[in-house]
Ligand binder design. Structure first.
Ligand SMILES: [Zn+2]
Length: 215
């Protein structure tokens, strides 16, 4: 336990040093490990979708979510599976869905998105499931992975096929990926690395520098 704490402390320090090394250092966005601010839950998830508050999570190894919610929909869009997230993730998700995803879906396909495939939410694991890597923001319930968007017609636009697929799928996915950077602090997709070839990773990582990383 003490050993683990020391490792986590060392991780935080190395993250700080890596941040000073410039944004090209891959460790930079993997490390800092600051908790999301407690006061950052402005809107209850149950006010903007189907959601219920659940018991706080604390696995005793760094993975914890103090204001945890089980979220089944946000705004007009339902989730393929309930997402366990910290409270503060819901409103940025709603803003992204309502202000970016839906207008872009209307412009591109002439219809709305009715659901998204949630590939991951809370998960106590290192980044990219790599042994020895720093704690993922998923371990704070501060991240969600989205793999596909389903339209009213039932048509599903997947990141895996659409990112380099037909031009309107490419346009739609690139636009909603790029604009997610306005609502989230980290946005990763197929251009970032092979671990994200089939989904968008959106998180609210609380970096000391206050900067964003979107790729
Ligand atoms: Zn992720």
């Amino acid at each position: 336990m003490f050993h683990l704490r020391n490792v986590l402390a060392a991780a935080a320090v190395s993250g700080l040093l890596a941040a000073c090394g410039g944004s090209s250092d891959r460790n930079y966005f993997e490390t800092e490990g600051l908790r999301a601010p407690e006061g950052s839950c402005d809107v209850k998830p149950s006010r903007i979708g189907l959601a219920e508050k659940i018991r706080s999570i604390d696995e005793g190894n760094g993975c914890e979510v103090s204001n945890a919610w089980r979220i089944q929909s946000v705004g007009s869009v339902s989730f393929s599976q309930p997402a366990t997230l910290r409270c503060g993730m819901a409103e940025p998700l709603r803003e992204w869905i309502e202000d970016t995803v839906q207008p872009m879906a209307q412009r591109t396909y002439g219809e709305s998105v009715v659901s998204v495939d949630v590939a991951a939410s809370y998960s106590c694991r290192p980044r990219n499931n790599q042994r020895g890597a720093k704690m993922s923001e998923h371990g704070y319930g501060n991240a969600i992975d989205i793999a596909a968007f389903t339209l009213e017609s039932g048509r599903k636009v997947t990141v895996a096929d659409g990112w380099r697929g037909a031009s309107r799928d490419r346009n739609f996915l690139k636009q909603v990926h790029g604009d997610a950077c306005g609502d989230f602090n980290t946005v990763l997709g197929p251009n970032s690395d092979s671990a994200h070839r089939d989904h968008f990773h959106l998180d609210l990582q609380n970096r000391r520098s206050g900067s964003k990383y979107c790729r």
